[in-house]
Design a protein around this ligand. Sequence first.
Ligand code: 3H9
Length: 708
Amino acid sequence: MSDLVQFAKDNEIAVITINNPPVNALSPGVPEGISEAIERISNDPEIMAAVLIGGGRTFVAGADIKEFGKMASGKAPRGAGMLPFLLRVEDSRKPIVVAIHGTAFGGGLELAMSGHYRVAVPSAQVGQPEVKLGIIPGAAGTQRLPRLAGVAAAVEMCADGKPVSAEKALALGIIDKLVDGDLLAGAIAFAREVASKPAPKTRERNGKLGTPEQNAPIFTAARENARKKQRGLLAPVAAIDAVEAATKLPFEEGCKVEQELFIKCLMSDQSKALIHVFFGEREVAKIPDIPKDTPLIPVRRLAVVGAGTMGGGITMVFANAGIPVLLKEADQAALDRGMATIQKNYANSVKRGRFTQEFVDECLKRIEPTLSFDGFAAVDMAIEAVFEGMALKKEIFAELDRVCKPGAILASNTSTLSIDEIAATTSRPESVIGTHFFSPANVMRLLEIVRGKKTGKDVIATCMQLSKTIAKIGVLVGNCRGFVGNRMFGPYRREAQFVVEEGASIDAVDKALFDFGMAMGPLATGDLAGLDVGWRIRKEYKHLEKPGVRQPFAEDSLCELGRFGQKTGAGWYKYDDQRQASLDPVVGKLLKEWTTAAGISQRPISDQEIVDRCIYALVNEGARILEEGYALRAVDIDIIYLNGYGFPASRGGPMWYADTVGLKKVYERILDFQKHHGELWEPAPLLKKLAEQGKGFADFNADHGAAA
Ligand code: 3H9
């Protein structure tokens, strides 16, 4: 028998245990091992029934995602092999009781549904999350699930990919019994109860498949929902089609439809991109020069300096994670305003059903507002989140250095300023790090963790781990201006302005990038974030601009008129009381005047040019960042853009997208832009090199620095 599957007997009950750590994926060897065990059961007259269980922390969390790349390139069979295997399980004459703990996801749930009964511990979860990888269930999940859970629940689970709790699965009929206490003992007892009964086959249970009249509105609503909430994605629509096939065709025919759709999705660029994202989100946690076993600094108490938008959001993030926070402001009025905003945000979360009142009350108890640095000696970490100005930050760090205990982490929530310069004002630069949260901090998933030249490895390892505790995705970046995300965002928004100044309409620019998949167009994003932020930064760094090099001016001119975006009711767009945007003819007129005065001739600009100029501006700057070592890997840049800047996951991130287009093509387009628009478009040396070598960013391994 395969090493991955063990066989044992408890008198007349066989116990089949899958042991393929860490998540018991159905890697090659696992189905074979289970098949052999079933053969053995059928040949052993003593055995009356069997329990199928996962060893370690979970039942089967799905097919082995690493195999999908091989399947797509034809190096491994494409899923269809799973179908006969599951039929063998289902056709066992002796009942098989599947015992579930942890997560029965994807192929794991498909395996469980081919068993005759399912029992689970209350903490277990089951789901068909394949759509998150750009595919659909490929081992009859779309055919067996509606037979157990009914059509509405199956469509929802397969199309949006969200798991359900064991309790909900019991109510839906996916699970037959919850086991409190020892799962294996409970499953064996259950197997004894059913041992002499006939083994019910899920594929023959047609009672919940509904009538065409009952099902039609379910599928219509699901398609409408997918169109709105999963814009442009192939897999959710394919999943709905496959479940619909289950309601219209016999099981075997339905499986054929599922297979075709599964393979179509598997071969798509979307699925390759989403699988890249799955592994990328895990890869970013790995820092080559920081071993996994680096000792961590326990962070049990935290202080936040500054109760503004960022400070308040950061405070909530830690309070939500159960960590008490001392929230400091300079004066009572600002502190009161900060606390009032926190309370309002929590109240909204309760209203929207995100949190219970009880949870919110607990969180609020963890937040202690203060006007002084008293109490800072007791915290393990202090995060400064004051106004973005070097002088003020230095003052605060000098104070933190004075009041915080040795070994405490001193973090700055800066989005642009040098961590090394801030660290140099303290006597302990090894304790200083950047934690760049994204606004609103209690909502956005990204956390750029900025490594200074002297930041200690324990401090970095602690912050990376802490990002998980506070449900963020931490990405380590180096200390350059704007770090990774904002440094790339500059050229992106520069090009968005340029195309407007050259004749594209404001809404055409936003629509082209929205249609590309961005959560929002770049000009609308500027209005949301506040145009004055960039305006102030540009003023501060004016001296660094190279004379004679074209700079965008429209946004700064809007700011001169007090049009800062949504917060002033007007920016690129105008906004009503509900913050609904509409085009403002005044801006159109002003743009005409400004561009005429600047001598910029107007021309029609295609959507393709808008997208290429904005997205390739990201890519070109990303290539420089990568080569300079400010990001560890191309995938780190991708994960930053997906989680902090609304880049579509189905395109894998800007660097992955460029690889998909082909770097040669991207490079040639950039050369063309350089010819027409000048030196701002000089291709990054790394892009040139990889394009000439016929390679992609994914092939690039920096042999230097860990974002240092
Ligand atoms: C499928 O089943 C298709 C079917 O219809 C059949 C078609 C024929 N494969 O997330 P973690 C790795 S599609 C390979 O950090 P957690 C992961 O990369 C699949 N590797 O742990 C990581 O590796 P490393 C449907 C996998 O406790 C390590 O395991 N299933 C797989 O935070 C630990 O993972 C899914 O989409 C896999 N299936 O979360 C479930 N899963 O240590 C995907 C994990 O080297 N998995 N790894 O970085 C998950 O959602 C989470 O991993 C899970 C555990 C919730 C299970």
